[in-house]
Design a protein around this ligand. Structure first.
Ligand code: GDP
Length: 138
């Protein structure tokens, strides 16, 4: 059993896509074991994306992530990190496979609807960034 962090990013929340994303998670047996709506501060967004702090898009990305509420979730299941990355599609929606969330709904390389952890170490860091153990159901 593996866990991963999912975020429905502010672009998707604004566009009324929470239900669409959640439906796809449920249809693909990516079990939601924690879920809440948050509105990140700039410092929280910078801490979350600290690995990207040297990238030219860091300012823009962190401004985008604080531009409105987001939905953070913990997903659980066998091989859930890779399975959710596959469902999301490539970072750049123009390169994402047909039928993926980003291919269908993203409008921009930055405003790409969803986030998913990319490895087990990052998943552990990212889950604990937003949730304590009491907020995750067994
Ligand atoms: P992910 O794991 O697929 O989300 O991709 P990364 O970890 O590489 O990037 C994190 C997030 O930064 C992406 O989901 C995008 O929102 C944003 N991003 C990535 N590359 C670019 C870029 O070239 N330009 C801009 N403006 N944003 C980017």
């Amino acid at each position: 059993m593996e866990r991963t962090l999912s975020i429905i990013k502010p672009d998707a929340v604004k566009r009324g896509l929470i239900g669409e994303v959640v439906k796809r998670l449920e249809q693909n047996q990516l079990n939601i074991v924690a879920m809440k709506m948050i509105h990140m501060t700039k410092d929280q967004a910078k801490g979350f994306y600290a690995v990207h702090q040297e990238r030219p898009f860091f300012e823009s990305l962190t401004d985008f992530m604080i531009s409105g509420p987001a939905v953070v979730m913990v997903l659980e299941g066998d091989n859930v990190i890779a399975r959710y990355r596959e469902l999301m599609g490539a970072t750049n929606y123009e390169e994402a496979a047909e039928g993926t969330i980003r291919r269908e709904f993203a409008t921009d390389i930055e405003k790409n609807v969803v986030h998913g952890s990319d490895a087990s170490e990052t998943a552990a860091f990212e889950i604990s960034y937003f949730f304590n153990s009491f907020e995750i159901v067994n």
